[in-house]
Design a protein around this ligand. Structure first.
Ligand code: NAD
Ligand code: ZN
Ligand code: ZN
Length: 235
């Protein structure tokens, strides 16, 4: 897996690749990052008094260059850029999931709602460690509560597709993050990151089980919003 480290990433190279400088700055439009007029300097940072305005290439949304730089510097600095207005992703979005294991097994029993096919079992595991500078409390420990976690997919066409995409999400460190668990209230712990997994096998008493006729569509949409689709290897 190629993992871009912070030192690989220079914001000016990234802006050159994904944006153009705007010549005719609209008089009345605002920069949504700082809420000042695009025609005025950035209200967020005074690092660029010349007030250059740039436009992202695919979605054409416009911002102060200094505002977009500042936004990038506060993020995971993974060489990708996500438009703060329409969420269009430029490059490959990387998360900050700590190192761990993703293992895949098969089981012959079927899931409720998916009779006559076996089950794919994904097992995620983490050990505690030290947070790095993209995490909430750099240098402090993080904990791994409730691991290993088992997750279930039907072993059919949809389930296999979801598994391929979940592997891609894992490789891009998007599956978990470090934060405060909504469920347990534990801070500084490894928690799910916006891609829902089914962790209940024989029923759906938690809402994280089967049957759930909407699960395939929902998880594909969640993956797509992180830039994970079967066609997403371009940038
Ligand atoms: P969280 O509570 O901060 O919630 C983050 C997201 O995960 C939310 O979208 C939530 O809907 C979803 N989520 C919550 N509970 C879930 C569950 N049981 N299965 C799948 N998704 C769930 O996230 P968290 O702290 O990472 O997990 C929530 C709880 O689930 C924790 O108590 C964890 O220990 C427990 N859990 C345990 C196992 C296990 O096998 N022992 C497996 C999965 C989750
Ligand atoms: Zn601005
Ligand atoms: Zn946009």
């Amino acid at each position: 897996v190629h993992y871009n480290t912070i030192s690989d990433c220079n914001i000016h190279k990234i802006l050159q690749k994904y944006s153009n400088i705007v010549d005719k700055i609209p008089a009345d439009e605002e920069c949504c990052i700082c809420c000042e007029k695009l025609s005025a300097p950035s209200g967020y940072t005074d690092s660029d008094p010349s007030a250059i305005v740039i436009e992202l290439k695919k979605c054409k949304h416009q911002f102060h260059q200094a505002c977009l730089c500042a936004m990038y510097e506060t993020g995971v600095k993974d060489c990708s850029m996500q438009c703060p207005i329409c969420k269009t992703i430029y490059g490959q979005k990387m998360g900050c999931c700590p190192d761990g294991q993703m293992d895949v097994q098969k089981m012959s029993q079927s899931l409720p709602g998916h009779p006559k096919c076996g089950t794919i079992v994904i097992v995620y595991n983490f050990r505690p460690g030290i947070q790095d500078d993209r995490h909430p409390n750099p240098g402090q420990p993080y904990y791994a509560k409730g691991f290993p976690r088992q997750c279930f997919l039907p072993d059919n066409k949809d389930g296999k597709k979801i598994l391929r995409l979940l592997r891609k999400a894992w490789d891009r460190k998007l599956t978990f993050t470090i934060g405060t668990s909504v469920t347990t209230g534990h801070p500084d712990t490894v928690v799910w990151n916006e891609i829902h997994h089914k962790t209940e096998f024989g029923s759906n008493s938690t809402g994280h089980g089967y049957p759930d006729p909407n699960y395939v569509d929902n998880v594909l949409a969640e993956l797509a919003s992180q830039g994970i689709t079967e066609e997403s290897d371009d940038d």
